[in-house]
Design a binder for this molecule. Sequence first.
Ligand code: DGT
Ligand code: CA
Ligand code: CA
Ligand code: ZN
Length: 584
Amino acid sequence: MTNAQAAEILQQIADLLNISGANSFRIRSYRQAAESLESWAEEIEEIYATQGVKGLRDIPDIGKSLAEKIEELLNIGQISQHQELLGQFPDGILELLKVPGLGPRTIALIWSELEIADIDELEEAARSQQLRELPGLGAKSEEKILASIERYRQGMQRALLGEILPLGEQLISYLREHPRVIAAELAGSARRRRATVGDIDLLATSEHPEEVCRDFASSGQLEEVTMAGDTKVSGLLAGGRSVDLRVVAPESYGAVLQYFTGSQAHGVALRTRAQKMDLTVNEYGVFEQHNDQVGEKIAGASEEGVYAAVGLEWIPPELREDRGEIAAAADGTLPELIELSDIRSDLHMHTTGSDGMCSLEELAEVCRQRGYSYIGITDHSPALRVAGGLTEEEIIAQIQEIAQLNERYREEGIEFRILAGLEADILTKGRVDVPDAAFEMLDFVLGSLHQGFSSDADKITQRVIQALESGKIDILGHPTGRLLLQREPYGIHLNEVIEAAGELDVVIEINANPRRLDLDDVHARFAQGNGTRLSINTDAHDIPHLDFMQYGVYTARRGWIEPRSVINTWPVNKVKEWLAQRRA
Ligand code: DGT
Ligand code: CA
Ligand code: CA
Ligand code: ZN
């Protein structure tokens, strides 16, 4: 039972009491307790285990009776009062409360008058204009409720990092420009660069939190403000995505940032370590602990300070998933993580030759201006007719065009080269769709699977490994075919493929498209451990897609990847030598 889960149950009690018409003082005491629990860094489980109910009562806004309820929750997994209240209403009623703008009063009304008990029924009633018959509701309310339901449904889902990060960064720039803000940072899963993000967590530090909160709430940055306090603002973006801002004093900024960056598992591991050192870490700082007494504060203003106080190097947010990073930080063996500036090239992109939007020359010019020293062009192969796959003649013509451009760069003394590649389909039985004459002339082949996803995992795995064994594939593209939030990966025994690639000296791609991020972080780390090399590529079909590179790098960092494992950090000659040796 985490603090957040316990807080959620207390909030539900408050919500249910509210619908049943309880007095507002009682309702508020549950809400305050829930908020207090939610931002209390020490886990109630740990507190209860070491100090019993007495320890629970030390949490602000938790009195005798609430402490006993939490004790009940920790002991038997539920609170009887909560269960009784739940029994009085249908199951869907709590979800109705999550629809923005729909208050308990309205819910109580529609339940008692129309027996509406879930979102679908509410939507139906609004559409069939039944709500306007109720006291205090009109045609306008029906419209508003329908719009809210729509927004709620969109906001429920996780979103791609690629969609959230730009929005979060815009909010952070607003905060950083505020004259009362000393520093501001994105926290939560977005700061950890998880491939998908639930809600957006923002943190700022100021000597005048109430002014910052007031201005943020009225700035129009949020489509709807659902809570505006002196240190916290919550609301929704236009698409329904929820945003939480917390503003704290400078002396605890580092501790709060550490706490709200998460992950929760990382936080728990950190506090467990601290306890063994007779220290307490909470969102105010790191404190000495003598038996039951909390003593002097030894850190809190900076995140570095918080980690240092528990004997750790600062841990990059991408690593904070409790996957061994705390032990590595203690031993001084954290990886030298790859950075965007390590990337010298992009080895997967499409031109108008197949299904891309720009000509070869245009794409090359933009990449050169971005500071890449070489790129690989990989249009689709003949079998992928739906995506404008090139014919053998067209592949050869493109190779010649590339040779001419390279010649021109050489003459003009420009340090930039284009490698002639092909994204060849992996066909049935592991055949690779690259015409023989073209294969002889190409610098490299990126092989990927675009059809036959429905076969079983053994078959697909075998097919891919056979393709790698053919010697015709230098890089394996987007190895699982997943489309985040859209399509599950096809069944494939990925670790077997990674091991085979390692033995055969085939590189595996981390496709940087934020919809793919394929390999994912966990398998990228397995590959590095196995000695299988990686390549981070955008699969750009248009100029703006070249910016996807950062998301590939984030995924690699989450997978503990160092530059040495990634071939497009190499200079072009090293890549050419590697390719030549593969062909030999
Ligand atoms: P998300 O929003 O689902 O993508 O994931 P996060 O990691 O952003 O999670 P969120 O927004 O619920 O909370 C932000 C951070 O706050 C989380 O990573 C760790 C911290 N946190 C929240 N609730 C708890 C809790 O109950 N216990 C602990 N230890 N930390 C929590
Ligand atoms: Ca979050
Ligand atoms: Ca959150
Ligand atoms: Zn592609």
